[in-house]
Design a protein around this ligand. Structure first.
Ligand SMILES: Nc1ncnc2c1ncn2[C@@H]1O[C@H](COP(=O)(O)OP(=O)(O)OP(=O)(O)O)[C@@H](O)[C@H]1O
Ligand SMILES: [Mg+2]
Length: 361
């Protein structure tokens, strides 16, 4: 079994009367890449700051490798920190920046030189040691900040939106690099972000936060395929969320009524009928078929009319009205061009029973 690096045990944090983190419990095994993902203001930074020791929990305990940290100051927690504003010292060279923490601890010069060069090689900045920060690009500066955090070899690295100041291309490249650095160093990474793609791309585990609580946690693919709540379904990826008016258990499946009742879908995923309030269908799991004449046994076929097409390059989002006030978005490959329907065209949507996720609320 994996040993736990970090444990949050019923942690709450209030600022005055405002409760920001509510009874949050979380276990982070050694060596994992865990992302804390959620919308702005949900309490991610507050949670990270409590792990780092910059914020004291109002109640609950924070343990690092089994030992309560509540009375341990930040500098004694053996954690590395990387933030959005990487705040390099402008008057120090790259090497001096990276070695800063080690110098503060009084580590011997030769040892610092070895650690600095290992850290720079981890972030692929060999040969940049003598440069000053102003002579580096944003991405390179962020890598220096990363090298500075890993040089003392902390057991845990805490990262708070470290890529959000970089442009999209660089962010995507850095995602891959960060993951490689994690795999190479075997440190535990706790990564805070509001960018779900970033969290999905890098993490072993994603912890989705909402209003100071954990909405769901799990492996990225599982969270995407089986969102537990309406919030998670909506926040992670794109989805069609429909309210369910009636759910009836049948032999081996559930029959749900959507769109005020007339449209019925079969669902094979379990959730007791009384709890079903919504269902989620991912756009990529909806197939677009030529309009088919009504037939008694066409299961999970919905007829509609194309109302909008948004070209996204390789794919297009096709909005299809299936009833008054009810539309579904399907994701369709845009090549060959003949794969795309025309505006106003009558089409049939098909969805497999196992691709419909039922949600409680
Ligand atoms: N020192 C503080 N005093 C009062 N309120 C605070 C303090 N720090 C944070 N908050 C409030 O706590 C809530 C959560 O803040 P936090 O910084 O943890 O959010 P976040 O999830 O990191 O958001 P973002 O994605 O915007 O960085 C916010 O409503 C914020 O205004
Ligand atoms: Mg934050």
């Amino acid at each position: 079994m994996n040993t736990l690096d970090i444990e949050l045990v019923s942690v709450s944090k209030s600022f005055g009367a405002i409760s920001v983190v509510k009874d949050l419990s979380l276990e982070i095994p050694q060596g994992e890449f865990v992302s804390i993902l959620g919308p702005s203001g949900c309490g991610k930074t507050t949670t990270l700051n409590m792990i780092a020791g910059f914020n004291m929990p109002t109640s609950g305990d924070i343990r690092i490798r089994g030992r309560s940290q509540v009375k341990v100051p930040p500098e004694r927690r053996n954690l590395g920190l990387v933030f959005q504003n990487y705040a390099l010292f402008p008057h120090m060279t790259v090497s001096e920046n990276v070695g800063f923490g080690l110098r503060m601890r009084g580590v011997a010069k030769s040892e610092i030189a070895t650690a600095v060069s290992a850290a720079l090689s981890s972030v692929r900045l060999e040969g940049f040691g003598e440069r000053y920060p102003k002579a580096l690009s944003g991405g390179q500066q962020q890598r220096v900040a990363l090298a500075r955090a890993i040089a003392p070899r902390p057991s845990v690295l805490l990262l708070d939106e470290p890529l959000s100041n970089l442009d999209l291309k660089l962010r995507e490249a850095m995602r891959v690099e960060l993951k490689e650095i994690h795999d190479q160093l075997g440190m535990t990474f706790v990564y805070v972000t509001h960018d779900q793609e970033e969290a999905m791309a890098m993490s072993n585990r994603v912890v989705v936060m909402w209003q100071g609580e954990i909405a769901q946690q799990g492996e990225p693919g599982e969270i995407y395929r089986k969102p537990a709540t309406r919030f998670v379904a909506d926040f992670i990826g794109r989805s069609n969320i429909l309210s369910v008016h009636r759910a009836r258990a049948q032999a081996g499946f559930l029959e749900i009524a959507i769109g005020g009742g007339p449209l019925v879908l079969r669902v094979t995923r379990p959730l007791s009928p009384e709890r079903v309030q919504f269902c989620c269908i991912r756009p990529e799991s909806i197939r677009l078929l030529p309009a088919s004449p009504p037939s008694g046994d066409a299961r999970n076929h919905l007829d509609g009319v194309v109302r909008r097409i948004v070209n996204l390059g390789a794919h297009a989002e096709v909005l299809v009205a299936i009833a008054a006030g009810l539309s579904l978005t399907a994701l369709v490959r845009s090549s060959p061009a003949s794969a795309l329907p025309a505006l106003g065209e009558a089409v049939t949507l098909a969805v497999e029973p196992q691709d419909i996720q039922l949600l409680a609320a």
